[in-house]
Design a protein around this ligand. Structure first.
Ligand code: HEM
Length: 144
């Protein structure tokens, strides 16, 4: 559950990270592949493009917190596509760790415990929506 105060904390802190978007995305993927080198070969495309796509999607998701009815279908689609990339539930934990690490690196002292908790709540919402949609799609495939 994400409170209104948490939405604001995430939106405001993301505005800071967005000013260093490409550097933040570079740090994120470096950290992700350090945490789990086996994820590297899953990214087959151009990483410059991938960094842009990730930041664009995060921008849309962070903005979209105010319009969850519109955001949820987009995030569900994203989750179903991730199933096709071979992403498993456990991978979402590794991405969470890399994301929180990157936010701390980018925000420094502004990454207070409240800001961290707010990001955990938002990431949990996104990841749960993605994982649930992927699982539902797999289950409906099995039953046809
Ligand atoms: C909130 C979580 C996540 C967000 C917002 C996100 C965002 C994105 C976006 C926007 C793309 C571009 C393609 C598309 O839109 O379908 C993408 C691709 C991809 N993501 Fe994610 N992602 C998330 C979680 C994960 C996780 C947990 C993994 C696991 C390692 C992962 C691995 C990948 C891979 C392998 C691709 C395809 C790369 C390629 O084709 O080269 N993502 N992601």
């Amino acid at each position: 559950m994400v409170t209104d105060a948490q939405k604001s904390l995430v939106q405001n802190s993301f505005a800071t990270v967005a000013t260093i978007a490409d550097d933040a995305a570079i740090l994120f993927y470096q950290r992700l592949f350090e945490l789990d080198p086996s994820l590297r070969p899953m990214f087959r495309g151009d990483m410059t493009e991938q960094r842009k796509k990730l930041m664009q999607m995060l921008t849309a998701a962070v903005k979209g917190l105010d319009r969850l009815d519109q955001l949820v279908p987009v995030v569900k689609d994203l989750g179903r596509r991730h199933d096709g990339y071979g992403v498993t539930d456990k991978h979402y934990d590794t991405v969470a760790e890399a994301l929180l690490w990157t936010l701390e690196a980018g925000l420094g002292r502004a990454f207070t415990p409240e800001v961290k908790d707010a990001w955990v709540a938002v990431y949990t919402l996104l990841a749960t929506t993605m994982k649930d949609a992927a699982r539902e799609a797999r289950e409906s495939l099995v039953t046809v």
